[in-house]
Design a protein around this ligand. Structure first.
Ligand SMILES: Cc1cc2nc3c(=O)[nH]c(=O)nc-3n(C[C@H](O)[C@H](O)[C@H](O)COP(=O)(O)OP(=O)(O)OC[C@H]3O[C@@H](n4cnc5c(N)ncnc54)[C@H](O)[C@@H]3O)c2cc1C
Length: 446
């Protein structure tokens, strides 16, 4: 499977200073981190002992070891490719974006602390499609090849009617030739892979709070030069400098899951459009199908077999198949445009904390990863407040444009009004391939 992948050309980081070394220290019985528990009494969590000393040593899990033995990644920490202007940073949130940021900071020789509210690595979130801009951003932290190794390159992407009649096909081949492939991954594989590449520990079960505009960890301000809020749409870090930001409802609900269909399908995305409803499927290898459904009401999302009973095959089979995890229903939310992404000093937002958007373009995580690449670049170039200002200047407008585009696509694709749906279905097949390629290209270029 992996042998037929052509690695995408990517910029090689220039040689620089060495990576962060691991330390073994003594265990704290009060530490809730899995690393501390599994390491037993001989190791101790840096965070729960106070910042600045030692950390958990987590063993290498099979995914990373396997990738190494296939030569996908090096056995030793790669040299970092520059130096950050800071030496210590705290990342709040161990989602895709927080973990990528932590890895990038380590590459710059930074001492990183990652704090995560959840008590263990998250297994939810089903699948993700990673567009080439996401993978290019991962390449800048030397994680692109690892992620390609756990993902599947998507060969085709079709838009269908609820009857199964094709409406249009995205120019994936042309796009792949220009930018490299689009990959489908299981989200839990992605976060695990990113975490495994970290030398710093992830401190699970640590809930960062805010009192009087001050971020607190276990009742104390974090001892750090830069506090990075990668804590998602309901960000706590954001509240340290922005008041009254409320995520807003898009009016749509989503359910998603990974079905064990057993079908040996080529990796292909289909998104089927009905009136006020959408159903997407990503046929993965190993008999798995990642699926998502978007509806106009919570009830419709909670009763998927009924809601999609009359839709084309194999939707009913996918919903009836055993599922890898849960299939929770969630309202699709987005953030309004924020006044700023940083506090002008030493706190900054990345990922959904800064620009959570509807998932209609599959660009939420990709935009967060672009944040990571740009913030890391600016942290090598400029001293602290200026680096944050430059980061925001380069990223805010693009992410906000992407959010607006995603909202528009959601409105068109899920149009409940019969006239809107008819117009959409009439226009979609008429859109020339080169126009679609141009639009997708603009999305990917940044
Ligand atoms: C249905 C759906 C489908 C999607 N599909 C795609 C796709 O195909 N491609 C794509 O690019 N994007 C997609 N997205 C968007 C993508 O999921 C998000 O943009 C991305 O996960 C954001 O990552 P993040 O790390 O910024 O935030 P999150 O994943 O939300 O992670 C934030 C982390 O911070 C932790 N945290 C929160 N508060 C605290 C606190 N106070 N203290 C400590 N920790 C805290 C949370 O527990 C969490 O682990 C989709 C989204 C949805 C809803």
């Amino acid at each position: 499977m992996h042998a037929r992948r052509r690695p995408v050309p990517r910029p090689r980081p220039p040689p620089g200073v060495g990576g962060t070394s691991r330390e073994q220290v003594r265990a704290s019985p009060s530490c809730r981190c899995p690393g501390a528990r599994s390491a037993g009494a001989s190791r101790r969590c840096r965070w729960h002992r106070g910042a600045g000393v030692g950390g958990h040593v987590t063993s290498m899990t099979p995914t990373r070891s396997a990738a190494r033995s296939r030569g996908v990644i090096d056995a030793a920490p790669r040299p970092a490719y520059g130096r950050a202007v800071i030496s210590r940073a705290t990342v709040v949130g161990a989602g895709v974006v927080g973990l990528a940021m932590a890895r990038g900071l380590e590459r710059l020789g930074c001492d990183v602390t990652v704090l995560e509210r959840a008590t263990a690595p998250r297994q939810d979130g089903a699948g993700l499609t990673l567009w080439p801009n996401a993978l290019s951003a991962l390449d800048t932290i030397d994680a692109g090849e690892e992620v390609r190794a756990i993902g599947e390159p998507v060969r085709r992407a079709m838009v269908l009617r609820d009857s199964g009649r094709p409406l249009t096909e995205l120019p994936i081949t042309a796009l792949t030739q220009q930018y490299g492939p689009l990959f489908a991954v299981l989200r839990s594989d992605l976060t695990r892979t990113l975490a495994e590449g970290l030398h710093a520990p992830v401190h699970y079960g640590v809930d960062v709070t805010v009192v009087g505009g001050q971020a607190l960890v276990d009742g104390r301000p974090p001892d750090t030069e830069l506090l990075i809020g990668a804590d998602g749409i309901e960000s706590t870090v954001r509240r340290t400098f922005l008041r009254g930001v409320r995520p807003r409802a898009s009016g749509q609900f989503a359910a998603r899951g990974v079905a064990r269909t057993g079908a040996a399908t080529p990796v292909m995305i289909t998104e089927s459009w009905g009136r006020g409803l959408r159903f997407g499927m990503v046929g993965l290898q190993h008999g798995l199908t990642y699926w998502f459904a978007a509806t106009g009401t919570r009830e419709a999302a909670e009763n998927l077999p009924d809601t999609f009973a009359l839709w084309h095959a194999p939707i009913a089979d996918v919903l009836a198949a055993p599922q890898l995890g849960g299939t929770p229903v969630l309202p699709l939310l987005e953030l309004p445009k924020l006044r700023t992404w940083h506090n002008g000093l030493s706190t900054v937002l990345i990922g959904d904390a800064a620009h959570a958007m509807t998932p209609n373009l599959g660009q939420g995580a990709a935009q967060g990863l672009e944040d990571v690449a740009v913030l890391l670049a600016e942290l090598q170039r400029l001293p602290l407040p200026q680096a944050l200002i430059a980061y925001e200047r380069r990223r805010k407008r693009r992410a906000e444009q992407m959010a607006a585009r995603s909202r528009l696509v959601g409105t068109l694709a899920q149009g409940a009004h019969p006239m809107l749906a008819a117009l959409r279905d009439g226009l979609a097949p008429l859109t020339p391939r080169n126009v679609m390629a141009h639009q997708l290209s603009a999305m990917l270029r940044g």
